[in-house]
Design a protein around this ligand. Structure first.
Ligand code: SF4
Length: 338
């Protein structure tokens, strides 16, 4: 059993968890909102430490990252626990019984990644911030072995938790379905988008993390031109026009299962809106191959990274990090030095 980090002991045996903004106060024998942190006799434990729900070896593009070590192989790991219930996602799975869980300690995970010649490790699938203790131990080891690290997150964390991870995290990939508090709360009830936006900025400025943003485009919910444009303008003005933005086809799930999937024309149109707002790298992602996924030089339109779907990647038009045709600097991170 692994004791949690970032918690306070309160009166009456209760504890207060400081990992995410829910700020759960947890009574003896109870769990926090994420269901993976439990108060046992006044001590908070991370029940999910080292428990792996999903693992995959993939090109980094499979995880929706295009400007960090393009074409490299990574190990992706997912644990148990989620701290946001978004209406467009399936319900969060409960921690399975002990006999059905798979354990992978950080040392074994990193050895596996090295043996398979991975360049980096990603934590995602479920929400990795609820896996904080495991993430921290693992990220330190990954970086010590010269590989890069990335977390794929909903961004709902305290800055205190992010500051533990910041020194060891190369990329911070956030799913951001809406910008306005009203639109965000309509999709992910009770959550405060302002905290997520502040966290993205913090990870970029304080910890020099590479940032890419993902937005599932949900018909009738967040695909109006004004909403798409507002998000694009926020990215441009706050994070910079080079930050890649991935627009995802929405596949009906969760409470919105009777919703239509996103039409290809809507995705292409939203991409245009993003480009018109001044974003240099806007991609369309679909579950199938054939999205708008190649990276073009923003100055001359040369294909600098050719992609067919998420698996076939060729660096076709680069000299270092510059376009081989016109010399334009391309926004890419290919070093673990921040
Ligand atoms: S990580 Fe879990 S227990 Fe801690 S505040 Fe967030 S939801 Fe609550």
């Amino acid at each position: 059993m692994h004791e949690a980090v970032l918690y306070d002991r309160l009166d009456d045996g209760r504890v207060r968890c400081r990992v995410c903004p829910w700020d759960c106060q947890i009574g003896p024998g109870e769990k926090g909102r994420c269901q993976v942190r439990e108060n046992r006799e006044g001590t908070l434990y991370a029940l999910n430490y080292g428990l792996v729900a999903a693992a995959a070896l993939d090109p980094i593009e499979r995880r929706g990252l295009y400007h960090l070590f393009p074409g490299s192989m990574i190990l992706s790991l997912g644990g148990w626990g989620s701290n946001l219930s978004c209406r467009y996602r399936p319900a969060n799975p409960a921690l399975p019984p002990a006999e059905k869980t798979r354990t992978l300690d950080p040392e074994k995970a990193i050895s596996f990644a090295i043996d398979r010649r991975c360049r980096g490790v990603a934590w995602g699938f479920q929400e990795p911030i609820t896996w904080l203790e495991y993430l921290l131990d693992s990220a330190m080891l990954v970086r010590a072995n010269g590989m890069f690290t990335m977390m794929i997150t909903n961004g709902y964390a305290t800055q205190e938790a992010l500051d533990l991870l910041g020194p060891y995290m190369d990329a911070y990939i956030v799913e951001l379905p809406a910008l306005s508090p009203r639109d965000y709360a309509a999709l992910c009830p009770e959550a405060q988008v302002d905290i997520i936006l502040a966290n993205v900025v913090h990870m970029q400025r304080q910890w020099r993390c590479h940032i890419e943003l993902h937005t599932p485009l949900i018909p009738g919910r967040n695909d109006a031109d004004e909403a798409v444009n507002d998000l694009a303008v926020w990215i441009r003005d706050t994070l910079g026009p080079d930050v890649p933005w991935h627009l995802w086809r929405y596949e009906p799930a969760g409470e919105l299962a009777d919703q239509q999937a996103t039409a290809p024309e809507s995705l292409a149109h939203a991409r245009e809106v993003g480009a018109m707002a001044g974003l240099r790298y806007v991609y369309v992602q679909t579950a199938q191959e054939g999205g708008l996924t190649s990276t073009l030089c923003p100055a001359c339109g040369n294909v600098v990274v050719h992609r067919e779907g998420q698996f076939k990647v060729k660096l076709t038009g680069l000299e270092g990090n510059k376009c081989s045709q016109c010399g334009q600097e391309i926004y890419l991170r290919r070093s673990i030095f921040k």
